[in-house]
Design a binder for this molecule. Structure first.
Ligand code: ZN
Length: 198
């Protein structure tokens, strides 16, 4: 027996597809949305659509932004010769929150994972290599300390080194398998300061 109407079931299904949302949360959210005034639902739907339409990849670092260049890349006072490579925009935000990193970033949008069938061509590596044609003195690899993050770090290091660019890896101290975004600022800074040559 269907417990809810078809429309409600579809809404619950869509919400349950979101990361970190189980069926129970999806049900709560669905009933909350259904009970909202019409204009609130319209505003919500519009915000989602508009974000999807307007947000693009920064031309330089590939993070998500409303502009051609993100605020970090557009800032002349940043050190554009130092590039920190991170897996996703959330990691970038974690380092920005420390307020102590003066270089720029490169967002890979993922990590190499042979198990999941994600290869070097599936992340923003080509874009990183293109940036190395310019004036770059150091690439800091700040991928997660998971198996995928380490695999990606080794791969990038092998790829970049022949170009004669200094390649470093943030210190471990970042818990194994830990997502960078959940790590406190002191630990992040310590990992950055304790980085080692690859
Ligand atoms: Zn950027």
């Amino acid at each position: 027996m269907e417990l809810y109407s078809g429309h409600i079931n579809r809404l619950i299904e869509e919400l349950a597809n979101l990361p970190g949302i189980g069926t129970k949360s999806a049900q709560r959210m669905a009933f909350y949305l259904i009970n909202l005034p019409q204009e609130r639902v319209e505003r919500f739907a519009h915000t989602v659509l508009e974000a999807r339409e307007k947000v693009q990849h920064c031309k330089q670092c590939c993070t998500l932004t409303d502009q051609e260049l993100c605020p970090v890349c557009a800032n002349d006072r940043r050190d554009h010769a130092t590039i920190m490579v991170v897996e996703n925009p959330r990691d970038l935000a974690a380092y920005e929150k420390t307020g102590r990193y003066e270089g720029v970033y490169h967002v890979l949008h993922g990590a190499i994972s042979p198990m999941l069938g994600i290869g070097p061509g599936d992340i923003k590596l080509k874009e990183l290599m293109a940036r190395l044609q310019g004036d770059v003195s150091e690439v800091i690899i700040a991928t997660n300390s998971s198996l995928e993050g380490e695999t990606t770090a080794m791969y990038i290091s092998k790829l970049i080194k022949p170009a004669g660019v200094r390649v470093t890896r943030i210190a471990s101290g970042v818990p194994v398998g830990g997502d960078l975004e959940y790590i406190d600022e002191v630990t992040l800074l310590r990992a950055l300061e304790g980085r080692t040559e690859l």
